[in-house]
Design a protein around this ligand. Structure first.
Ligand code: ADP
Ligand code: ADP
Length: 231
């Protein structure tokens, strides 16, 4: 059974922009997917819909086969906190807190057990190569370091679906590939699915499946490869 399924999703903004124009997408447990496409093609909107942060105007989102719209608020909140983990482009660390505290906060807002929180946080910081910075205040970090802390915060959460919007946007390409490999490794360990919006072909190539958006539509999906049309 799919972990999450989008059926005929349309999203129009108040100004009339159609960001998604009828998207069908099925993501299975543990799948690792890149979402690519030009700026404005609908990638961030798609990620927000997958993350239950944005409600579609038309269509249906199903989690484990259950329509999200029909679920009670409590159940939706539960899905968001227990099943989903985000890495945003702007990582929203709390500047006055230490690296360690920022990662720990991510755990508090999930329903993870806090018994082994210290170990989980340490493991996550090690995974992104920042264990030596755990006492540094977030505001003293470079952009790339902040991004890695945001990734560590997500890694610490016991989610079944990790959603990342340009998670490696501030990193050089060697670092980007390292981080993607780490996300993949961690996702595999937990059986979590991973959806990564990226404009870096090298990053997309490291994921198992590539979904291409254009003008709010899925125009290619390597999971359903077809012979490219001519012209
Ligand atoms: P940035 O390109 O600076 O990252 P964001 O995507 O964070 O901008 O958007 C900033 C705010 O503007 C958000 O509230 C977002 O929903 C909104 N926004 C983004 N694109 C548009 C647009 N084309 N028209 C109107 N609002 C937009
Ligand atoms: P991408 O992530 O591929 O750049 P987005 O999902 O951010 O694409 O945007 C898809 C389209 O919707 C773009 O035309 C963008 O300008 C528009 N858009 C995004 N957010 C808003 C918003 N809050 N209000 C109005 N238009 C928006």
């Amino acid at each position: 059974r799919p972990l999450i399924e989008l059926r005929g999703i349309t999203r129009r903004y108040a100004n009339g922009t159609t960001a998604l124009a009828g998207v069908d997408l099925v993501i299975g447990p543990g799948e690792r997917v890149a979402v690519v496409g030009r700026s404005g093609s609908g990638k961030s909107t798609l990620l927000n819909v997958l993350g239950l942060l944005d409600a579609p105007d038309e269509g249906e989102v199903l989690i484990d086969g259950h329509p999200v719209e029909a679920a009670q608020d409590r159940v939706r909140a539960e899905w968001r906190s227990s099943e989903l983990g985000f890495v945003f482009q702007r990582s929203h660390l709390i500047p006055a807190l230490s690296v360690r505290e920022n990662v720990l906060l991510g755990l508090r807002y999930s329903n993870a057990s806090l018994d082994d929180a210290d170990q989980v946080v340490t493991g996550s910081l090690r995974a992104v190569g920042l264990e030596h910075k755990e006492q540094a205040l977030a505001r003293t970090l470079s952009g790339g370091e902040m991004q890695r802390v945001a990734i560590a915060r997500t890694l610490a959460r016991p989610a079944r679906l990790w959603l990342a919007d340009e998670p490696t946007g501030n990193l050089d390409s060697a670092q980007s590939l390292e981080i993607i490999e780490e996300l993949k490794r961690r996702a595999a360990e937990r059986g979590a699915a991973l959806v990564v919006v990226t404009h870096e072909p090298d990053v997309a190539a490291r994921l198992d499946r590539v979904v291409t958006l254009r003008d709010g539509l899925v125009v290619a999906d390597s999971a359903h490869a077809t012979t490219p049309a001519h012209g």
